[in-house]
Design a binder for this molecule. Structure first.
Ligand SMILES: [Fe+2]
Length: 590
């Protein structure tokens, strides 16, 4: 039977409910299931393959989604695939197409890189769905090819920013801004969503004029991984001398500037990709690494913040939702929050490309839902990953019985709080795994944040961690004003925002602040969102009087955050953590 809604030869059944599988098959490949407007499951492939940043088709994540939701391929109404262009990690036939057409495009548009990039996207889109590798993956799962809908990369970012913000729930007119390194030939977009939910795209920024690209190439210049280690430069930036940072800023500002109108960026040197890297090798040579980190951070802040401010003033819309890798920068987000022109701000948590799978699914839901069907659910926790039964946990514990001992605790949160008060470091695995790059208490290493010595202990316990990188605090929602200087009470449940700290924070949480400037990137823990973690901090507060603990992701350096009991136990054994808790099991080394 022909399905009118999807233009397919297969009827997909009941149109009042929609199951949408969101897929991002680029760097940090991710899949999610949006079931009738609610995200039921979302996870990145790296957590199952144990290969950090794993790109390509997220076959394991999709299999997990099918199993845990007890569905088959026949139950999926739409496959929402991120991007018009095949990702660089799985370029296949697209590369052959590009090799064929790219030289012709260069001849066709000499000296016009923006036009060449736009045409590459046009041709790439044609090759995207001819990719036999992609077809093979979908066939193996049993998903008919005709159910695929491609969603433009930046539209996926924009969809996460708007549909998961409170502004969507309240039907507020919203300015939606996306900025990243590159996606489908663009590095940024500006859109307005009106009170009726109608979208208007006001502006596109070409990948050629990319703010994110400058940051990633400077990261590469400092011998760190582009698209992954930018946060390490942000962490290093406060250590630099302002004078030297300004010199680097001037050099970089000669490459990328705000346009005359202040509503876009202009690539001054007409350098891109590797040619930009080669240029940096020349002009940044001799500048100290910390000054380089600080200089690029200055550039990021001094371009991003006025860019957003100028768009607010131009449109007169003061409610702003943002997403895309450039907004993973919590220092710039803090400056955004401080803008007088911003009345309300939503920053999509973990808004790098792993969020694109979610955005693609959200966008397709809104495109295909029938009138009167359920709105997209309000964003609360990000606990959308796997959880494990007692039998699975005990099986894993039994396998390591020569090296560990364990007991079941009647009150694991209270027990954990007592251990933390005694300055023990705990690897905590509890319930469902968090989606995204931040550990939010369910796959976290937690510690007493009141002593600076604990930083040294933690760095030694988690092997090879970069010594300059700060830790972050998990603070009870009720105590947030005691520790963070909050001018606008924007919800920061997911570590997306930076704050200056109070003198009390420097007593109770000194080890969880940036050691140089005492800023913090807190997770404010609400009882409604994570009751067990909230209770753990409350029990700790009863003993110590401190309303927050130190939280860092539960992984060894260079590895993905742990997912399964096996991952947690092996990480525990390879590290110098004092205790491991898995649900209500308390585990220690024998
Ligand atoms: Fe992106």
């Amino acid at each position: 039977m022909y399905c009118q809604r999807f233009g397919s030869s297969l009827c997909m059944g009941d149109c009042s409910t929609l199951k949408i599988l969101g897929i991002h098959d680029g760097h940090t490949a991710t899949a999610c299931l949006l079931d009738n407007g609610s995200i039921t499951t979302a996870l990145s492939e790296e957590r199952l393959t144990r290969n950090k940043g794993q790109g390509g088709f997220p076959a394991h994540a999709i299999q997990h989604i099918m199993q845990t939701n007890h569905i088959s391929a026949n139950d999926i109404d739409v496959v929402a695939l991120t991007g018009f262009l095949a990702p660089l990690t799985n370029i296949g036939e697209y590369r052959r197409g590009r090799q064929k057409y790219f030289p012709q495009l260069v001849k066709l548009y000499p000296g016009n890189p923006r036009k060449i990039i736009a045409s590459t996207v046009y041709w790439g889109k044609k090759y995207r769905l001819r990719n036999s590798r992609l077809k093979g993956h979908l066939e193996r799962i049993g998903l008919p090819f005709e159910r695929i809908r491609l969603v433009e990369h930046h539209q996926t970012h924009a969809a996460t920013a708007y549909f998961l913000s409170p502004f969507y729930q309240n039907r507020q007119k919203t300015l939606v801004i996306t900025l990243d390194g590159s996606g489908d030939g663009l590095a940024g977009t500006v859109s307005i969503v009106d009170e009726k939910g109608n979208w208007s795209r006001l502006h596109n920024i070409s990948t050629f004029d990319s703010l994110g690209m400058v940051y990633s190439r400077v990261t590469q210049y400092l011998a760190m991984k582009p698209w992954e280690h930018e946060f390490k430069l942000m962490g290093m930036a406060p250590y630099a001398s302002p004078e030297y940072a300004e010199k680097v800023f001037t050099i970089l500002h000669n490459c990328l500037k705000l346009s005359e109108s202040g509503l876009s960026f202009v690539n001054q040197k007409r350098l891109w990709g590797n040619s930009m890297l080669e240029y940096f090798k020349e002009v940044l040579f001799g500048h100290r690494f910390d000054a380089v980190a600080a200089g690029v951070q200055l550039l990021h802040e001094r371009l991003l913040v006025p860019f957003v401010d100028n768009w607010i003033r131009k449109t007169g819309v003061h409610t702003v939702a943002v997403a895309g890798g450039c907004f993973m920068n919590i220092k710039a987000n803090k400056l955004l929050m401080d803008l007088d022109s911003i009345e309300d701000l939503f920053v999509m948590p973990s808004c790098g490309d792993d969020s694109c799978a979610i955005g693609a699914a959200l966008w397709e839901y809104e495109q295909n839902r029938q009138p009167g069907t359920k709105d997209i659910s309000r964003l609360e926790g990000l606990y959308w990953g796997p959880e494990f039964s007692d039998a699975e946990i005990e099986k894993a514990l039994g396998f390591y019985s020569d090296t560990i001992k364990f007991e079941r605790s009647a009150d694991i949160e209270k027990k954990s709080a007592e251990l933390l008060a005694d300055h023990k470091i705990i690897g905590r695995m509890s319930g469902r795994m968090e989606w995204g790059s931040r550990a939010l208490g369910n796959r976290s290493i937690i510690a007493n944040g009141s002593r600076l010595q604990n930083i040294r202990k933690l760095n030694a316990a988690i092997k090879m961690r970069d010594f300059w990188m700060p830790f972050a605090p998990s603070i009870k929602w009720e105590r947030r004003h005691d520790y963070a200087l909050i001018e606008k009470d924007i919800p920061a449940y997911h570590m997306v925002m930076g704050y200056a700290s109070t003198p009390l924070a420097r007593e109770h949480l000194i080890a969880a602040l940036h050691p140089y400037d005492f800023t913090m990137r807190p997770q404010f823990v609400k009882k409604e969102i994570n009751p067990a973690y909230h209770r753990l901090i409350s029990e700790y507060e009863k003993i110590t009087g401190f309303g927050g603990i130190l939280n860092t992701s539960f992984n060894l350096h260079g590895w993905p955050i742990v997912c399964s009991p096996e991952d947690a136990i092996t990480t525990f054994l390879k590290s110098d953590l004092d205790f491991l808790t898995i649900n209500d099991y308390l585990i220690y080394k024998s």
